[in-house]
Design a protein. Sequence first.
Length: 201
Amino acid sequence: MMAPTGKFAHHVVLTGIIGSGKSTVCNFLGRHLPAEVIPEPFEMNAYLTDYYQNPARWGGITQVEFLGLRYASYMQGCYYRGPHPFVVSDSCPHSDTIFATMLRDAKVIPEREWETYARLFRALEHTLPYPHLVIGVDVTPKAAFERVTRRARVMETKAKVGVTLDYLKRLDDYTRRWWEAMGKLTTVKLVKWEEGAEYDS
């Protein structure tokens, strides 16, 4: 991967488990820095509803789709040359590997599909600058689960395979390992975000 060049706006990326409050922090920073906000392309994934109904069937293609969407939105931020000195992204291709690796290890994504995903990521990786700053939105899985339940997205709470507390605990473990690894490549700051705000994601 390439290091940040500094030729464009400073790129800040929000990461955290589902229900952590990434969108809230992202929008807060957008208002107060000020910054150009690039939201996560969550609802643009054409396979996501299918995935929540049958993860084993749709897990691989769902992650490939997310990788492509996150790559496109991230690069939009990398080449932003508008009036704001900062760009804040709600996701990035680097962190997409958190979900993909967890699903591979749980054997939700078959090894052949994982290898396809991994080859695609490696091909894209050489074109990806690191973000200047990664903000880890740090909450407990229990708090995140309460927020997911409260916002009641149908695909998360009412699907055959929804977002459970156990899933968030495993995701939290993988996310923390990713923060540690990413901290060797660029600046990572963890922000406790337990109480005191309305949470979007």
